[in-house]
Design a protein around this ligand. Sequence first.
Ligand code: QV4
Length: 474
Amino acid sequence: QHNPHWWGNRNTIVHLFEWKWSDIAQECESFLGPRGFAGVQVSPVNENIIAAGRPWWERYQPISYKLTTRSGNEEEFGDMVRRCNDGGVRIYVDVLLNHMSGDFDGVAVGTAGTEAEPRKKSFPGVPYTAQDFHPTCEITDWNDRFQVQQCELVGLKDLDQSSDWVRSKLIEFLDHLIELGVAGFRVDAAKHMASEDLEYIYSSLSNLNIDHGFPHNSRPFIFQEVIDHGHETVSRDEYKDLGAVTEFRFSEEIGNAFRGNNALKWLQSWGTGWGFLPSGQALTFVDNHDNQRDAGAVLNYKSPRQYKMATAFHLAYPYGISRVMSSFAFDDHDTPPPQDAQERIISPEFDEDGACVNGWICEHRWRQIYAMVGFKNAVRDTEITGWWDNGDNQISFCRGNKGFLAFNNNLYDLSQDLNTCLPAGTYCDVISGSLIDGSCTGKSVTVNENGYGYIHIGSDDFDGVLALHVDAKV
Ligand code: QV4
C-alpha cells in the first residue's frame, strides 16, 4: 500500500498541522490545487481529551472515534475531503491506532462531549474496557521489543491490536474515513505495534471510494511513523513492505548538510547510498511536527535561509515520497496552535504577498518552497545528470533537460558558467522571483546552444539556491 494516488503529475504532500477543515478546504481551492500540491496530511480527526492550555499534543490522546475535534466536525471534514479531491488534492489522515489517552483525574470529557475514565481504561464512547489494553508498564529500554510494543508510550493506554474487538474497531474507524473519501493514512507510533497486527488491519481495509475519483480496487496509501536511526531492535525493515515508512535519517542528514556540518558535495550519492530506504518506501521530510521542536541537527522555519535550501534540495532530488511541513509559530513543546480567547483555533490570515501573518508560519506559502513544488512537477520522470561541485559547498545538477539547480553554501560567491542541460533560451530563477506575464521578477539566466549559462549566487544573496525549469522560460 505504497501508492499515494496522486493526481496528474503532482508529487508533494503538505502537512497542514492543526489547521481547521474549513480552512484546508479553502486552501485546496485557492492555493494548493492551483500550485500543484498533491495532497495534505491533516491532524488527527477523532475525538481527543481536552488538556489544560490546549497544547497541540492533546490530539494524540484519543477518547473515541467520533469525528469532532478543534479542527471541525464530521460534516466539515467530509466537505473538505470532497472539495480537495475535486481540485486534485488528496487527503491523508494522521491516525492513532496504538493507544488511547493517558491518565486523567476523574471523568474526562472529550472534544465531542464523550466521557471516559482513562485511569480505569474505560472508554465507553468506543467502547473499550481494560481487557482491550495491554497491562500497564513503562518503556525504559527502547531496545526491548516487549516494552516498545506492549508497554505505554509516555503513559498512553496501550491498545492490544491482536484482539478481535480492537481490530474491528480500528478497521471500522479507518473504513469510515475511506468512505468519506480520504486517500490514506499516516500511522502514528507504528513502531509501538507489532507489524503482524498492522498487516492484518491494513489488508482488511476497504478499497478507496470510487465516488471520489479513485480507480476501482485502489488500496489506501499507508505511511508509518517508525523512528529508526539504525541499529534498533524494532526496525523500519519490519514495516516497509506494508506501506511507506518515515525516513528520519533523511531529515537528520539533510539538516546536517545544510547547517554546514557536512559538505554539500557528498550529496551526489543522496538516497539509498546514504543507507536510506528504497525511494518508493520512504516518506521524506526536512522536519516534522515532533523533531522541529527538538534541538539538534534538524532544520526548521527558524533558520529560514538554510531551511529553504534544504527544502529545495529535498524537492529537486528524485528520492522518496516528499512531504513539506507547514507549522504554527512555537516557543516550546507545549505552545498551542493559534487560538482565540475561547480556545477556538483561528483561521490563517494572509498579507498581500499571500504569506501568513497571525501565528501560522505557512512554509508552503513561501515562494521558494511552493516554487519547488512546481519544479518537482515540471521535471517529473527525469534523472539527475550533469552533477557539478567545487569540492565543497557549491553544487549544481540537472534534471534531464527539464530543470537545473545550483546551491551555494560557501562564504564566497558562486560565479561561473555551468551546464544547465536546458534548451537554449532565457529562464527565470523561480527562487529569487516569479515569471509573471512573461517577465521575470528575479534573476534570469540565458542558456546558450551548448546548454551553458552564467550562474551567480552571491554569498550574501537573500537565498543560497537558484532553480530553472522549462515551465518558467521567459
Ligand atoms: C507524562 C510523562 C510520562 C508519564 C505520563 C503518565 O512525560 O513519562 O508516563 O505523563 O502520567 C504528552 C506530554 C507527556 C505526558 C503524556 C501523557 O507531553 O509529558 O507524559 O502526554 O499524558 C505527542 C507529544 C507528546 C505527548 C503525546 C500525547 O509529542 O509530548 O505527550 O503526544 O499527548 C517516540 C515514539 C514516536 C512518537 C515520539 C514523540 O516512537 O511514535 O516518541 N511520535 C508520535 C507523534 C507524537 C505523539 C505520539 C507519537 C503519541 O508523532 O506527536 O506524541 O501519540 O519516538
